[in-house]
Design a protein. Sequence first.
Length: 126
Amino acid sequence: MENMYLVAICHTQGIKSLRDLDSSHLPLLKNILLKGQEVIKEKYGVVSDQLRIYIHYQPSYYHFHVHFTHLKYDAPGCGIGKAHLLQDVIDNIENIDSHYYSKRTLSCLFKENDKLFKRFQSAEHA
C-alpha cells in the first residue's frame, strides 16, 4: 500500500484544470474528497491521514482528475510547484475567493523535456 497511486476522473465536462474551478464546483470537490477517502479506507485499509490528495497544475491531460497517493509514496509530480492539495483548493475557494484559481498567479515547475516547457522556450525565442 505504500506505493498506492489512484486517480479519480471526473465525469463532469468542461473542467480542464485547476483554473476552471470555482464555488459551483465545491459539492463535486467535497464529494471526490470524502468518497475517495471512504473507498480507499474500505478497499485498502488506508486511512485519510495517510493519503496525499492533490490536483496537478499544469495537468498532464486536460480532463479534471484528482490524485490519491499514500504519503510514503514519492509519486511523480506530488511536490511543490506541481501539486495542489485538494483540501487547500476547497478551502481557498470556500474561504478566500469563489474564483480564486482563475485570478491567482500559479507557479509551476517543468522538466526540460516537458512539451509545454519546450513551447515556452520556442515562444521566448520567436
